[in-house]
Structures are given as structure tokens and as C-alpha cells.
Write a protein that binds this ligand. Structure first.
Ligand code: FES
Ligand code: FES
Length: 164
């Protein structure tokens, strides 16, 4: 059985894994990172999005062995333990969630989007998050939350840096 060495949310793990184990299942079932939900089985919904070496990936379309030697950040790795990350704060303030199932993936995808484009327009947010589906909100509040968070992160680059 292959062995993986991976850092998840700042903690190092070494585990033997089945070659076909998906990263999403490794995170949830082996590490207890249930903040990363699984919303489909076909790489459609984006709910399972995490950062792999800083780039957003759908963790249901990545094998755990492909994360060997890499850093994974999940929604549980954001914030500082005392306060919310600006994206979490903005989603809260702008009512950018209802059932919340899509929210971890939306936030992780938005983090990568803002890293690439610190001041995205409405249209750029919509295009950047087109791989993440929400069945509840109608998206407008999500777009507003992402743009507000981007503004907050431009004001506080140290916070942005801490989550890279
Ligand atoms: S669970 Fe990964 S894209 Fe839906
Ligand atoms: S808030 Fe329910 S799926 Fe997005």
C-alpha cells in the first residue's frame, strides 16, 4: 500500500492509503476533516474544494497519493482560532449561504481566485467560481461577499499571506 506524507491545515500526517483512495475521502474519513463536504460523485459541484499547494482543486477528483509531499488547506485551516478569515466573515455578513453545503468549497475556490486577482469584478467572481454550484442563494450574495472579502484582504495583506 502506498504511503503518503502530507501536511493538512498545518499538521503533518504519514499514512498508508489505498492507491484509489480519493483525497476527499482521505480528508474526511481518515483525518476527520468533515468541514470538507462531498456533494456529488462526478466533479460537478465543487463542494469538496481545498487548496493543494495553494491551488484550488476538487478533492473528489484528486487521489490521496497525488497529495504526497504537498500542503493541503481545508476550510478548517482558515481563521486563526480566535477570529474568522475575511472570507468567512464576509459570507456571514452578506448572507451568502443558506444550507451552507456549498460554502466551504465556495470559500476555498474564492481564496484561490483572490490570490490570482486581488480585485475581481462581479463578472470575474462569477467566472472564477463557475465550477462551484449553489442550489440555494442565487449567487448574488456570494459575489458580493467575495468582493467585500477581497477588499478587506487588500487592506490587510498580512491576513491574506497567512492563508497562502
Ligand atoms: S464532491 Fe467534489 S465536485 Fe462535488
Ligand atoms: S447555500 Fe445551500 S447549496 Fe449553497
Amino acid at each position: 500500500m502506498p504511503r503518503v506524507s502530507v501536511e493538512v491545515d498545518g499538521v503533518k500526517y504519514d499514512d498508508d492509503v489505498e492507491p484509489r483512495l480519493l483525497l476527499a475521502h482521505y480528508l474526511r474519513d481518515r483525518l476527520g476533516k468533515v468541514g470538507t463536504p462531498i456533494g456529488c460523485d462526478t466533479s460537478n459541484c465543487g463542494a469538496c474544494t481545498v487548496l493543494l499547494d495553494g491551488m484550488s482543486v476538487k478533492s473528489c477528483s484528486v487521489l490521496a497519493v497525488q497529495a504526497d509531499g504537498k500542503d493541503v488547506t481545508t476550510i478548517e485551516g482558515l481563521g486563526d482560532g480566535h477570529g474568522l478569515h475575511p472570507l468567512q466573515q464576509a459570507f456571514h455578513e452578506e448572507h451568502a449561504l443558506q444550507c451552507g453545503y456549498c460554502t466551504p468549497g465556495m470559500i476555498m475556490a474564492a481564496l484561490d481566485l483572490i490570490r490570482e486577482n486581488p480585485d475581481p469584478s462581479d463578472q470575474e467572481v462569477r467566472e472564477g467560481l463557475e465550477g462551484n454550484l449553489c442550489r440555494c442563494t442565487g449567487y448574488q450574495n456570494i459575489v458580493r461577499a467575495v468582493r467585500n472579502a477581497a477588499g478587506a484582504m487588500r487592506q490587510s495583506p498580512a491576513q491574506e499571506e497567512a492563508t497562502r
